[in-house]
Design a protein around this ligand. Sequence first.
Ligand code: SF4
Ligand code: SF4
Length: 195
Amino acid sequence: MSRALMKELIKGLLKPFTIGYPSVAPRKYAQIVEGLRGKHEVQEDKCIGCGACARRCSTGALKLTDHEFKRTLSVSLKECIFCYRCVEVCPEDALSLSTDFELARTRDEERDLEIKWMNELSKCLNCGKPITTSKQIERVRERVIENIAPQAKGVIAEDLKVFLNYCPACRKELAYKLGFHPAKYYLVLSTRNVT
Ligand code: SF4
Ligand code: SF4
């Protein structure tokens, strides 16, 4: 072995050339700038399980799976490109990207790179099939009521409590029987306008 090589080897043993990641946290050296896109944060209490984030995801990293009246949403940080689309599209501000960028993991620790959360699915009152999440049904009802004329609010609010608990196919089939006909609401609106 040449003297020069020996010298380099000894130098290498005496003093590290690189920062000893992960024993020395990179956070100490990094400048965290506002808007940095790191690991997802989910506010599960705010999430209504609508699935908009999964539909909008650029890479398929954010997935939605329905199984036995449970809706699971999951983000694989190994597939995510931190594009922010899922955050922008969320109607409830339930998603955000934190400044946690330290996502290097060993194979054994890889499960840390998956974030999962769940929502309950509602059952159709007629056929028993899953409709969508109970939280989404409630949110739809609130939004519809917010946007209808005050004179029809009471009638429509009560009907929606029932109507939204049927799946789309059963709604179509049973609309007349259950008394959900647009003419009824038209009548409510016009009658109350006159009086
Ligand atoms: S509420 Fe937001 S986080 Fe929850 S499923 Fe919808 S888009 Fe995704
Ligand atoms: S940041 Fe982009 S790639 Fe990552 S989960 Fe959200 S939409 Fe998908």
